[in-house]
Write a protein that binds this ligand. Sequence first.
Ligand code: PHE
Length: 346
Amino acid sequence: MTDAAGRVQELSDAGLRALESARTESDLLEVKGRYFGKKGAISEILKTVASLPVEEKKRIGAAANEARAALESAFDAKLSRIREQERVAREGKERVDVTLPGRAPAAGRRHPVSRTMGEIIATFQRLGFSVRGGPEIEKDYYNFEALNIPKDHPARDMQDTFYIDGMGGDLVLRTHTSPIQIRTMEAMRPPVRVIAPGAVYRCDSDVTHSPMFHQVEGFAVDRSATMADLKGLLTEFCRMMFGPELPLRFRPSYFPFTEPSAEVDIRCVICRGAGCRVCKTSGWLEILGCGMIDPSVFGFVGYDPETYTGFAFGMGVERIAMLRHGISDIRLLFENDLRFLSQFQP
Ligand code: PHE
C-alpha cells in the first residue's frame, strides 16, 4: 500500500534530518529511539501492515529495512563526527600554552634560629675562631665520661637525655656541643681556638626549653689562656651581638668539666629587668655556661695540664634569638607558622 510506504519514506527523511541536526551523543540516541529503534515509528508501522496481502507486506517490509539501514549508517557517521568534535574541543581546552609567563615561587627566608646561628658563628670567626662539627648521635664517652661526668654522677641529672638502645650500646642524642671539645682535642694539638655549632637534645619542654635546640660551643687551649681572657672575649661577643648598652653579668656556677665555672646572664629583654615569666621574675636571662677547662679533662685527651690551660663556653642559640627579637615562647620557633616566621628579615 502506497500509504504505508509513503509514510516510511516520510519517517526516513524526517529521521535523517533529525540526525543531521543532532549536536550530542544523547541527541542521537533520542532520535534513534524515536524513529528507528525497537519501539520507533518505523517499527510501529510494520506492526500495522500485518493484515495486508503478502506482496504488499513484502514491499513495505523492504522499504522499511532500507530506510532503517540508511538511518543506521547516517547514525554511525554522525556519531563518529560528534566524537571527533568532542575530542578536538577537549584537546583544545587541555592544550598547554608554553608561551605563558611562569609563576614565581614565593621567596623564602632564613629561619630566625639559622640566622642567629650564622651571626654567632660570623662574630666568633672575626674574633679568630675556626668552626668544627660533630655527630648528633654521640657516644656516652664523649658526651659524658670524657667531660668528667662518670656514670651515676649526679651531674647527669642536669642533662637528662634520650638514650639509644642497641647499635653496640652507649649511644645518646648529644645533650650539648661539649663533646666536640674532646673530639677536637683528640685531633689537634694546642693552640686551638674552635667553635662548634649544632643541634642538641634534652628531655625538657616549657616556655624556655625545647627537647631539641641549638648550641654554639667555643673553646681555646694555649700556654696561657686565663679566666680574664674568657671574660673579655664573652663581654666583647655580647657587645657585638646585643650592642654596648645591654647589661650582662657573670655568675659563679658549676659544670663537671670546667673549674672555676660561670654563667653569663643578660638583662631580660622582654621585661627589661622588671621580672616576667620568661626570666622567671629574676630580670635576668642565662645565655651561656663557661669556665676554665678542668685539668682532668686534659687527662682524657693527652694534653699536659702543667703546660696548657684552656677555657670553654656553650651558648643556647634559641635563647639568643629570643632575646634579639623579643620572642616570649621558645616553642614559637618550632611550630613553623608562617605568620610568625615571616615577621623576620629575609
Ligand atoms: N655544655 C654546657 C651545657 O650545655 C655548657 C658549657 C659549655 C659550660 C662549655 C661550660 C663550658 O650546659
